[in-house]
Design a protein around this ligand. Structure first.
Ligand SMILES: Nc1ncnc2c1ncn2[C@@H]1O[C@H](COP(=O)(O)OP(=O)(O)O)[C@@H](O)[C@H]1O
Ligand SMILES: [Mg+2]
Length: 286
């Protein structure tokens, strides 16, 4: 699979900080994948994103080592604006930074700045609204939208740039469960039409539902990496990081520990569990 973003032995220390925020981290983002980056608060997840987007060093000062490449070229060879037309970044408190008085204007604003012709701008705004299912809200004032809807406006603004990669940096953790579900569903739909998704999240239930691969950071270091199933069934690792595996994974692993004859493969989501139970019960009635 083609590598779109390559993070290679990357370290970063913020100006005046005593310790490294990110330490010798290496991982790649491949075209078309749904990659989850997980880890406790302070693990360095956002710092990695800022480095990819060149907000480090444009906005945040500090010292870096190693390299980050986008489409084979070092990030330092791009202007931040060029990066945001390739990588959309929706961060935690993005929705509090909505500027315009209606949804359509908000999404069009960066396009106007880029000097995109009027007709194309309209098309891009419409397409973005469609992708996040907000067609009926185009003339609303963002103030009157729910948290989840506002996050989707931010998402649409990123999508209007037509990026190949979309980074969602805990953009669902502050909003209500229904709103969160709407965003993750949109992320899944975008992945299905070929967008590469980097999903930063601490709710393992959501990660288990959608991600193909997981990278685990802790205190700036990469501590595990692998398939979603492999990482989420590593109860030891997650517990050490104070993270909770999906409930169904916890349940099955507890049952196994108590001697219930379950297959080696521990389920990470409900579909998995149903399949295993059906097999088990089917066997029992033979
Ligand atoms: N602007 C900043 N200045 C100094 N230190 C920072 C800044 N932002 C984050 N840090 C520190 O860098 C480390 C990694 O933080 P961050 O990347 O935000 O982690 P995460 O997103 O995984 O919670 C933390 O120790 C945090 O305190
Ligand atoms: Mg963060």
């Amino acid at each position: 699979m083609e590598k779109l973003i390559e993070i290679d032995d990357y370290s970063f220390r913020y100006q005046n900080a005593k310790t490294l925020a990110v330490e010798h981290v290496s991982f790649d983002v491949h075209r078309g994948e749904f990659l989850a980056v997980i880890g406790p608060t302070g693990a360095g997840k956002t710092t990695v994103c800022r480095s990819i987007m060149r907000l480090i060093p444009e906005i945040y000062d500090g010292k870096s080592w190693g390299s980050i490449r986008i489409k084979g070229k070092d990030v330092s060879s791009y202007k931040p604006a060029d990066i945001s037309s390739f990588v959309g970044y929706v961060h935690q408190d993005a929705e509090s930074q909505i500027l315009m008085t209606n949804v359509e204007k908000e999404i069009a604003f960066p396009l106007e700045n880029m000097g995109i012709p009027r007709k194309e701008m309209k098309e891009r705004v419409n397409r973005a609204l469609e992708l996040v299912h907000l067609e009926d809200y185009r003339s609303r004032h963002p103030y009157y939208l729910s948290g989840g809807q506002r996050q989707r406006v931010v998402l649409a603004t990123a999508l209007a740039m037509d990026p190949e990669v979309l980074i969602l940096d805990e953009s669902v953790s502050e909003i209500d469960p229904l709103g969160a579900e709407e965003i993750t569903t949109v992320a899944k739909e975008l992945n299905a039409i070929g967008k590469t998704i980097v999903f930063i999240e601490h709710n393992m239930e959501e990660v288990a539902k959608f991600a193909d691969q997981i990278v685990v950071l802790d205190q700036g270091k990469l501590v595990a990496q692998g398939t979603t199933r492999g990482v989420l069934s590593d109860m030891e690792l997650l517990r050490r990081l104070d993270m909770f595996p999906p409930e169904v994974t916890q349940l099955f692993s507890e049952l196994k520990k108590r001697g219930v004859p379950l297959p080696d493969e521990i389920p990470i989501n409900l579909e998995d569990a149903q399949r295993q139970l059906a097999r088990l019960l089917g066997k029992g009635s033979e």
